[in-house]
Design a protein around this ligand. Structure first.
Ligand code: PXG
Ligand code: PLP
Length: 443
């Protein structure tokens, strides 16, 4: 190939097929990030962008944090990789113990994956196998919820409830059904924090137990607070009610805490916030501050123990990833936990949440704003869709915010905010002043 063409091939934008991106639109007018520090990204045109979304809900300690950087550098020079199967390295065990200590109750066993999607697949497989090991092999159904997001692999996509993420991919995993979502309850509009109406939507699980017979259901998986579909909160008492119905029918409850984990709601996990203990918790993202891919499943002792039977020389769970408990990921996670601990970040959102809530609700009454939702350091700003062009209005805000030095995320016509937990009040002010100006001037 001639060198000019080869240069174009390696330096151009064509080769990279970007995930969850409008590729053609992006490549017409690329938005490139070339650096990051603390609360800010640096763009290729030399501007600072306030990170209003912690990367993709993952950089809870902000960017380029020294503890994490050093941990990775040291790990790379000591042990780059160790086989994940039938071999171990000390940091896997140290990390699992520290994670178990963070989580209340019986959620003491940790299985490592490389993403939230893989954590979900792992938890679903564990649930079905657990019942089989206990002589209830007929419990194979999985229940998710409308508008749920559990990653993009087949299990998570099947229990997930975002139509665009499902419709192109055939018949998905069989034996899956969905609870009704908790979005759009008129009485909850503009509620501050946890909304008071709608806990009875949990009773929808009774409907599915009637339909399928509860004894055929292995597990229910929900996000305690649904992030991807537009910051949808659990009504007061809803998660408690779901727990009760699961117990009544012998169904495992899985909380997908890929977004809510690691301080996002002002407590280490949503489990602490709501005082409801599920049988398993999936996590990822902020586990390593987003720096190296890693996910984890927190499993109650009883589930783990059910697998520990049969001959001791046999593999107990035929499942795992080449990079489960990868040394670099473990080092990054340990550096991350150190940072969270030293800076009190797992509870900092609770200290800021009143200020945050006030800032969020200061947008009430602006044109096109039809709902505002908040919890911990999360906000959902729902806009009236542009007639005939859903998603356009929110995406316009995204583009204008980017120009004005603020990175936000949009899903449908909802703006989602979820900044690093190190954010200062003055930066919260900047974010909401910027959004106010943009929204006021929308078409
Ligand atoms: N479960 C939940 C609850 C999530 O939020 C996943 C699983 C999948 O994790 P991985 O690591 O496989 O991406 C997620 C991820 C958005 C957005 O725009 C949300 C996610 C990922 C990317 C973008 O809201 N959530
Ligand atoms: N595909 C092939 C051919 C493999 O050999 C493996 C792992 O050995 C995988 C997929 C799964 O890869 P991973 O363990 O990174 O998920």
């Amino acid at each position: 190939m001639d060198p000019v063409a080869a240069g174009q091939k390696t330096n151009g934008l064509d080769a990279y097929w970007m995930p969850f991106t409008a590729n053609r639109q992006f490549k017409e007018n690329p938005r490139m990030i070339v650096g990051a520090e603390g609360m800010y990204f640096k763009t290729s045109d030399g501007r600072d962008l306030l990170d209003g979304i912690a990367g993709l809900w993952c950089c809870n300690a902000g960017h380029n944090r020294p503890r994490i950087v050093k941990a990775i550098q040291k790990q790379a020079s000591e042990l780059d990789y160790a086989p994940a199967f039938q071999m171990g390295h000390p940091k896997q065990f140290e990390l699992a113990s520290r994670l178990a200590a963070l989580m209340p109750g019986e959620l003491n066993r940790i299985f490592f994956t490389n993403s939230g999607s893989e954590a979900v697949e792992t938890a679903l497989k564990m649930a079905i196998a657990y019942h089989r090991l206990r002589g209830e092999g007929h419990r194979t159904r999985l229940i998710g919820r409308e508008k749920g997001y559990h990653g993009v692999n087949f299990g998570g996509m099947s229990v997930g409830g975002m139509p665009a993420n499902r419709k192109m991919f055939g018949s998905l995993v069989s034996g899956v059904d969905h609870l009704r979502h908790t979005h759009g309850i008129e009485e909850n509009r503009y509620s501050k924090g946890i909304p008071s109406h709608g806990d009875r939507l949990a009773d929808d699980l009774e409907r599915l137990c009637d339909l399928h017979d509860g004894s055929t259901i292995a597990a229910v998986i929900v996000e305690p607070l649904a992030g991807s579909a537009g910051v949808i909160l659990p009504p007061e008492g809803y998660l408690q009610r779901l727990r009760k119905i699961c117990d009544k029918h012998g169904i495992l409850l899985i909380f997908d805490e890929v977004i809510t984990g690691f301080g996002r709601l002002g407590t280490p996990f949503a489990v602490n916030k709501f005082g409801v203990e599920p049988d398993m918790v999936t996590a990822a993202k902020a586990l390593t501050n987003g720096v190296i891919p890693m996910g984890a499943v927190f499993v109650q002792d009883k589930i783990h123990d059910a697998f520990m039977q049969g001959p001791e020389n046999m593999v107990e769970f035929f499942h795992g990833y080449t990079y489960s408990g990868n040394p670099m990921a473990c080092a990054a996670a340990l550096g991350t936990l150190d940072t969270y601990e030293e800076e009190g970040l797992l509870t900092r959102a609770a200290e800021l949440s009143d200020y945050w809530q006030q800032a969020v609700h200061s947008l009430k009454g602006l044109p096109h704003v039809i709902d505002l939702r908040n919890l911990g350091l999360i906000a959902g700003i729902e806009l009236d869709p542009f007639p005939g062009a859903p998603t356009k209005r929110a995406f316009d805000v995204f583009l204008k915010a980017y120009e004005a030095g603020l990175l936000i995320r949009t899903t449908g016509d909802t703006i989602a905010l979820s900044p690093p937990l190190i954010i200062e009040k003055s930066q919260i002010d900047f974010a909401f002043e910027t959004l106010t100006t943009i929204i006021k001037n929308l078409e």
